[in-house]
Design a protein around this ligand. Sequence first.
Ligand SMILES: NC(=O)c1ccc[n+]([C@@H]2O[C@H](COP(=O)([O-])OP(=O)(O)OC[C@H]3O[C@@H](n4cnc5c(N)ncnc54)[C@H](O)[C@@H]3O)[C@@H](O)[C@H]2O)c1
Ligand SMILES: [Zn+2]
Ligand SMILES: [Zn+2]
Length: 361
Amino acid sequence: MTQTVRGVISRAKAQPVEVVDIVIPDPGPGEVVVDIQACGVCHTDLHYREGGINDEFPFLLGHEAAGVVESVGPGVTNVEPGDFVVLNWRAVCGQCRACKRGRPHLCFDTFNATQKMTLTDGTELTPALGIGAFADKTLVHEGQCTKVDPAADPAAAGLLGCGVMAGLGAAINTGAVNRDDTVAVIGCGGVGDAAIAGARLVGAKQIIAVDMDNRKLDWARDFGATHTINARDLDPVKTIQDLTDGFGVDVVIDAVGRPETWKQAFYARDLAGTVVLVGVPTPDMTLEMPLIDFFSRGGSLKSSWYGDCLPERDFPTLISLYLQGRFPLDKFVSERIGLDQIEDAFHKMHAGEVLRSVVVL
Ligand SMILES: NC(=O)c1ccc[n+]([C@@H]2O[C@H](COP(=O)([O-])OP(=O)(O)OC[C@H]3O[C@@H](n4cnc5c(N)ncnc54)[C@H](O)[C@@H]3O)[C@@H](O)[C@H]2O)c1
Ligand SMILES: [Zn+2]
Ligand SMILES: [Zn+2]
């Protein structure tokens, strides 16, 4: 058995997305069909449309989603029909060398549903990040579903599924930011602002936000930045040092992912400080620096995959903090849109007018 629903696909490189009928198979072993309630528009969806991820068109876009489990396949024990879930794109395998060493957040072999969703003519779809949630329903692996408190607004909850978790986790998991720490965040989009909100949540004493857009800096202040720097007007490294008695901060999070921002992050640290790279560079980017600086400044240089999160551990906790009013997840929702407004949302994202446009269904 199958069912036909609406979905947003990217058929060919750099072409506008289309709302079409897609075919969802009944869930097989370990699989789950989720009735999608909300899905955020992320930069990665645009990267797929531009052919920046791979060439496996057509893509079924959307991956920051929350919804209700509609049906489950044989052997599924993690969730049951009616559960409110947030989807994740790193279902850990439990078998690889990272998992076996007790480091499942680093799992080297994450997986997705086995069966394919298709167009009505049978053409197989590639779901973005193995999810594909700009659709009335989608098919995922049970490990991609994390049950959370249904009192949460789906539009806010779904954002934990990608950018917000990546940024928050970059600060508190990868960067291990703690109370008393000084922190700088370079790039204040959804990811950077989540890092700022995370640093505030755990009690960082100073949080310096860097961006090139004053509107973004205003929002960053709202999420907890104690100081802001517009990198068009001021040198971020010098200004961060000036704000910290000349020393630099304990942890710098690069939420842009360019050679120049990573260098700023490197030099804006105090001695033995930490750099966390969470922004994703493109394959052509390179870096040249004196090796002696790596030695003499010490500390640790890290990358953050999905905020080093464990969805089963982190999503329910963050939803709980949100419902208690301690984590402002809903502030990331700039607007609510329909399935047919995703191209507009891409334009607004490019123009810096939104943190997240969220499709609600
Ligand atoms: N590591 C992960 O698992 C993960 C997950 C999700 C997203 N990401 C990545 O995180 C990055 C940020 O995502 P986002 O959704 O916040 O994007 P975004 O486009 O909304 O935000 C980027 C921000 O950086 C600012 N910026 C650009 N160049 C700058 C510069 N030179 N100096 C200072 N600020 C600058 C922009 O003005 C903007 O506010 C992207 O590269 C995205 O791919 C990583
Ligand atoms: Zn694994
Ligand atoms: Zn994303």
